[in-house]
Design a protein around this ligand. Structure first.
Ligand SMILES: NC(=O)c1ccc[n+]([C@@H]2O[C@H](COP(=O)([O-])OP(=O)(O)OC[C@H]3O[C@@H](n4cnc5c(N)ncnc54)[C@H](O)[C@@H]3O)[C@@H](O)[C@H]2O)c1
Ligand SMILES: [Zn+2]
Length: 678
């Protein structure tokens, strides 16, 4: 007995709760729970009412459609009530539906259905008298809706006058007004631009648009319409015997019917259509939340009739929700390979679009500010098709007290270095490039690359291995590697280990420009590194340079200067640099290089062409530049020397015709002082 009492209490509670949700959803266009939550409560209500039919009252949500419109529009009493639909969530629900139909019709023959996409918008009744559109009204509570004729007239696909001839004297058609996906994106883009509130989904946008007092606003927002039924029809004789046949008439009169409407046979046919449309869902130009199946024969409609709320000859098979609500438990900050910080929403796990989602990217601080999502909020999460899950926005009605706006951390969550915001972009970045674990692999790949420290034999795969083993965390640890340990690695013999150690050793002799470049300071490329080396001559002054010094350097603007300053301000970066120098990395010291003064190349313009035997052209170029030469790519009258390797072509011919002095490689090496004269 107490169990029954509890059940009765639960039912009363559900009725109350659902009534409140209906009001918020239908009247205010501002739901307080998600559809999935609503559907769950509603199913529980039906369950209890089925157990105790004597408890069903007229005011139960199971006996009513929508809600009383509260509005600035005139009320319209529908000539024939507008119903809702029964829902099916599984194949089993459809089998039950078919069984009930067969029982009622007293037959065991296959039933033919019309299957149609269930568009996600609002139901509208449009009345034509003698072929002219005279009135359009929303569904409202099913009996009384609101007059939205002025807005419906702005929808281009709805004829104001029917085409063809022999239309009924009175013809009411029913269908869905919806906002296509591209119109929705466009609308939200404009709303964002104007700083206005964005709409959570196309259904809300369609509802808000149709309830505009100013039809020019409605017209600017590109609503669409497909019909799926009819209301009052005054005509001498029946128009058709089937739903299908009715649609054909409507089409002839210029009314928009859904091109995806199909005839299917039995539960199997329903399932095939489901599979087909489910595949197609993401690529369709408008949102659908399921499929509606309707018995095709109209005399069967007569025999099956209606419940208090819905026809017995139709059912809506729902798709898994693409939009659900859940709690935002936290915002984690991830550091990417380039040091960029990305905020990621940590969510109470929730099923959306058929998968469980517990994380979703929030992109960046600007995005979080724009949406104003806060930790503790209930948020709307969307996952449409194969698109990655997205946090659409908060449900303000459910915001707890004392929430705070989110701010990016000041220090990197991985390495504690300073985080800077790049002025011109929405990007926040960790400045600990040499030390930060998140940036480790990329920093090492860059460090060893050909134009940086040029350590041959240390490829990406090997770097991955060394990092994963924890042998190398930052570049200075490359110089601690030992041949015998390396030799134990898979695909690495004693020989190649020894060779690797050799090239690591060899790379220690470098130039200041290469070293600066190898540090991987954001925005400091090869050319900027060279300019910095030429300007500062030594590393020390560069490391302590102020903004006003840095921007004197060619190619260095405010942004680059600020990256350089932040980089050298990080104690961790400096520790790594100290260790690198201690390991023996060196470059020619300008003070102990009298050669530069006396060099034949000082101040000369040199062009290099052809294949060199000893070292690459890049190396020759570096040597020349270290001696104060300018290395150019093309020969002109201003060229002082052409260094011609083997197979030199047009540049050699041109130099000869201009009388430019040509050096072969041996002569070149002698002038560099690398070969004994004579
Ligand atoms: N979140 C909330 O608080 C809240 C409150 C109330 C309702 N709801 C949602 O709304 C649903 C119930 O709303 P409803 O009564 O409008 O029913 P419904 O949306 O489940 O189905 C009926 C409606 O489907 C539409 N429809 C689209 N394509 C159709 C087609 N081809 N043929 C026939 N109809 C078609 C029509 O507008 C029709 O009125 C619930 O299941 C729930 O998801 C949510
Ligand atoms: Zn970091």
């Amino acid at each position: 007995m107490t169990e029954e009492l509890n059940l009765k209490q639960e039912l009363e509670q559900l009725k109350q709760e659902l009534a409140e949700h209906n009001y918020a959803y239908y009247v205010l266009d501002n739901p307080t729970v998600s559809d999935a939550q609503y559907d769950q409560l509603y199913r529980r209500l039906l369950e209890i009412e089925q157990l105790h039919p004597q408890w069903i009252t007229d005011d139960s949500p199971s006996q009513r459609v929508g809600d009383q419109p509260l509005s600035h529009f005139e009320s319209v009493r529908h000539a024939i009530p507008m119903y809702s639909l029964e829902n099916a969530f599984s194949q089993q629900d459809l089998e039950d539906f078919q069984r009930r139909i067969l029982d009622r019709l007293g037959t065991s023959e296959q039933v033919e259905y019309i299957a149609e996409p269930k568009m996600d918008g609002l139901a509208i009744n449009i009345r034509y008298e003698n072929g002219l559109l005279v009135q359009a009204a929303t569904r409202g509570d099913g009996s009384v809706g609101e007059d939205v004729t002025h807005n419906i007239r702005t929808i281009a696909s709805i004829p104001l006058k029917l085409l063809g001839h022999s239309w009924p004297q009175v013809l009411e058609i029913r269908g869905e007004v919806f906002m296509p996906k591209n119109a929705f994106d466009e609308l939200n883009r404009r709303q964002t631009e104007k700083g206005d509130k964005v709409f959570a989904n196309p259904r809300n946008a369609a509802a808000g648009t149709l309830r505009q007092l100013d039809p020019s606003v409605t017209a600017s927002r590109k609503l669409s319409f497909y019909l799926y039924g009819w209301g009052e029809i005054v005509h001498d004789e029946p128009l058709a015997e089937t739903y299908d046949g009715m649609l054909k008439h409507f089409l002839e009169w210029g009314l928009p019917t859904n091109p995806d409407s199909r005839c299917v046979l039995g539960v199997e046919g329903m399932q095939d259509y489901y599979n087909m449309l489910f595949e197609k869902r993401a690529s369709m130009p408008y949102e659908i939340d399921g499929i509606v199946y309707k018995v095709n024969r109209l005399d069967d409609h007569q025999r099956l009739g209606f419940t208090a709320k819905a026809p017995r000859w139709a059912i809506a098979r729902k798709f898994p929700a693409e939009e659900v609500w859940t709690r935002l438990l936290g915002i984690d900050v991830q550091v990417g390979r380039t040091g960029a910080l990305t905020p990621v929403a940590r969510l109470e796990p929730v099923a959306v679009g058929g998968v469980i989602v517990s994380n979703a990217t929030l992109h960046n601080q600007d995005e979080i500010d724009r949406k104003d999502v806060r930790i503790g909020d209930t948020v709307i999460v969307r996952r449409a098709g194969d698109v990655i899950p997205e946090v659409v926005g908060p449900v303000l009605a459910q915001r707890p007290e004392h929430t705070e706006k989110f701010h990016m951390p000041k220090y990197c969550p991985e390495c504690d270095s300073d985080v800077i915001k790049e002025d011109d972009k929405a990007v926040y970045r960790c400045t600990g490039g040499l030390f930060c674990p998140a940036q480790r692999k990329r920093a090492l790949q860059h460090y060893v690359s050909r134009k940086a420290m040029d350590i041959q034999g240390l490829g990406d795969k090997l770097i991955d291995q060394l990092c994963d083993l924890g042998w190398v965390k930052h570049p200075d640890q490359i110089y601690l590697l030992q041949a015998d340990k390396l030799a134990e690695l898979p695909r690495m013999g004693e020989k190649s280990a020894a060779k690797l150690i050799e090239s690591i050793e060899a790379s220690k002799a470098t130039t200041l420009a290469r070293f600066i470049f190898s540090l991987g300071i954001p925005e400091v490329g090869e050319v900027t590194a060279k300019n910095l080396a030429q300007y500062f001559i030594r590393l020390g002054p560069l490391m302590s340079a102020q903004h006003e010094d840095l921007i004197k350097v060619d190619d260095v603007g405010d942004v680059v200067a600020s990256h350089i300053i932040h980089f050298f301000r990080q104690p961790h970066n400096n520790e790594v640099i100290g260790a690198l120098l201690a390991s023996g990395i060196h470059w020619p010291d300008p003070n102990t290089q009298p050669k530069v003064e006396g060099s034949a190349f000082l101040g000369k313009t040199v062009v290099i062409t052809g294949a060199l035997q000893y070292g690459s052209r890049d190396e020759a170029k570096a040597k020349l530049e270290a001696l104060g030469a300018k290395v150019s790519g093309s020969v002109s009258a201003k060229t002082d020397y052409l260094v011609a390797g083997e197979k030199a072509g047009s540049k050699l011919t041109k130099a000869q015709s201009l009388g430019v002095e040509v050096l072969d490689e041996t002569q070149f090496l002698k002038m560099l002082g690398e070969l004994e004269n004579g």
